[in-house]
Ligand binder design. Structure first.
Ligand SMILES: CC(C)(COP(=O)(O)OP(=O)(O)OC[C@H]1O[C@@H](n2cnc3c(N)ncnc32)[C@H](O)[C@@H]1OP(=O)(O)O)[C@@H](O)C(=O)NCCC(=O)NCCS
Length: 172
C-alpha cells in the first residue's frame, strides 16, 4: 500500500472553491455519483453559504481530507429532519479522489461521521449505493451497514440506462 499523509478537518466557507473543484474532478472519475464532470450545481458563494451554515449546526458535519494543500476526500453526515418522528435518522455520503483510493481515507472519514451521528443522538445512518460499486459496498459492510432494500432505477443516465442501487442502514 502507498503511504499517504492526510489530515481530516471540518470544511469551512473558505473551502468552497476547493470543494467545487473537487466535485468536478471526482464527477469526471466515476459514474457512481449524482453528478458528472460538471460537478455540484452550485456557485462558489452558494457553496460558501452552505458550508458556513453546516459549520454552525450540530446536525450536520462536512469533513475534508487533505493531502498537503490538496482536497482529496469529502464526507457528510446530516440529520434527515428536525421533525420529531424523523430526527433519529442521519444520511451519510463520502467520496475520495481516484488517485487516493485504497489508502483508508474513506474509512477514516466515515468513522468520524458515525461518531458525530452518535453524538447527535441518531440511531440509524442511511445511504444509497449503486449495486455495481463494489469498493463502496465493501467499505459500508465493513463499517456495519447492511442492505435493507433496492431501487431498480436509482440513476438514469443520459443514454437511458438505469443503474440500480442498494439502500443500506447502519444501526448505532
Ligand atoms: C468508495 C470510496 C469512497 C472508497 O474510498 P477509499 O478511500 O478508497 O476507501 P478505503 O481505502 O477506506 O476502503 C476501501 C476498501 O474497499 C476495498 N476495495 C477496493 N476495491 C474493491 C473492489 N473492487 N471490491 C471490493 N472491495 C474493494 C479495499 O480493499 C478497502 O477495504 P479494506 O479496508 O477492507 O482493505 C471511493 O472509491 C470513491 O470515492 N469512489 C467514487 C465515489 C463513490 O462511489 N462514493 C460513494 C458513493 S455511495
Amino acid at each position: 500500500m502507498q503511504s499517504c499523509e492526510f489530515v481530516i478537518r471540518p470544511l469551512t466557507g473558505n473551502d468552497a472553491g476547493a470543494v467545487l473543484a473537487f466535485s468536478r474532478q471526482i464527477g469526471g472519475e466515476t459514474d457512481h455519483l449524482t453528478f458528472g464532470p460538471e460537478g455540484l450545481p452550485l456557485g462558489e458563494e452558494q457553496e460558501r453559504g452552505f458550508l458556513e451554515k453546516a459549520a454552525d449546526t450540530p446536525d450536520r458535519l462536512m469533513l475534508g481530507a487533505w493531502d498537503g494543500e490538496r482536497l482529496v476526500g469529502t464526507a457528510e453526515i446530516a440529520r434527515l429532519s428536525n421533525k420529531a418522528r424523523l430526527a433519529h435518522r442521519a444520511q451519510f455520503a463520502v467520496s475520495v479522489a481516484r488517485s487516493h483510493w485504497n489508502r483508508g481515507i474513506a474509512s477514516a472519514l466515515a468513522c468520524r461521521c458515525l461518531q458525530r451521528a452518535r453524538e447527535m443522538g441518531c440511531t440509524v445512518v442511511e445511504l444509497e449505493v449503486l449495486e455495481n460499486n463494489a469498493p463502496a459496498i465493501h467499505l459500508y459492510q465493513k463499517l456495519g451497514f447492511s442492505t435493507v432494500g433496492r431501487h431498480p432505477c436509482f440513476f438514469r443516465y443520459a443514454d437511458g440506462r438505469c443503474a440500480p442501487a442498494l439502500l443500506m442502514h447502519c444501526y448505532l
